[in-house]
Design a protein around this ligand. Sequence first.
Ligand code: PLP
Length: 315
Amino acid sequence: MYRQSLEYRQWSTANKSVMGEGSTPLIRLLQLEKKLEWAGEIWAKCEFQNPTGSFKDRGSVSEIQIALSHNKQGVVCASTGNMAASLSAYAARAGLKCYVVVPTITPETKLRQATIAGAELVKINGNYDECVGEAIALAAKKNLLLCGDYEVRREGQRSIGIELACSGINFSAFICPIGNGTVGCATAEGFAKKNQRPQFIGVQGFGADPLTAAWKNNKPICAIRKPKTIASAMNVGCPLDGKLTLDLVRASDGALVSVTDKEITAAQQFLARIEGIFVESAAAATVAALPKIPQPNQCAKIVLILTGSGLKENV
Ligand SMILES: *Cc1c(COP(=O)(O)O)cnc(C)c1O
């Protein structure tokens, strides 16, 4: 195990990529622009092309590095599915034990990705927010590194914003799905590191949209006890980075919008039919959000963060 860990560390520092995560394609969506009669440019950051099928791989790399340097025996996270799939893969590669705490309703394919890599599943008959409590307890009990939407992961995920800022395109806005808010905040912070401040437009699903409500009414965040959206990756009622999301959205003159299950499903099919891109529903929410942006600046260059692959979502 020791040797495997050492090799992981050397490999990741020498190459900056453990298994090819990051530096994902950035492509223009010309058909979408045409169909929506959009005056500006719409781009897609293809995060679904990361090794385990979501941007979560960027954050898993940083967490595993910390776990190794702190001599932890393993890692644990609460997950709506993709983080479990990602952390398990990177833990396996580093020779670390991985525990994942997931809601019983998590899509099977995402769980299969975790178990095939040897992760131990702890299924909770409850929602994501309840899984977080269980993960914290397990970390303390078994001396594991507590992984999830905390500072270390956000640091890894900032590379999305950095890559976009260095693309030479000069984006005026980005649209990102919001679960805990971590990927949206990380993207905004990555842009800021390169002195760019595009509008941060966050998307939530109706029924799991405490941040949209707080933003619209200019009120503190009121957690939703039983969140319910078809996009399981965004089904979070008490976002860990909720407050930070509101702050960064406001600071960038951005917006928060909510989209219905029906709008998400339609957008997912629309994107596949006109652009050939099959993403999971949370990612498709960014397309559903386009017509709902409060003051569409149609001369804008906007980028959709297509967070995850459609291949592992049950229908
Ligand atoms: C995790 C995830 C999200 C939500 O990201 P947060 O950092 O929790 O806001 C969105 N889409 C996909 C595909 C995800 O896996």
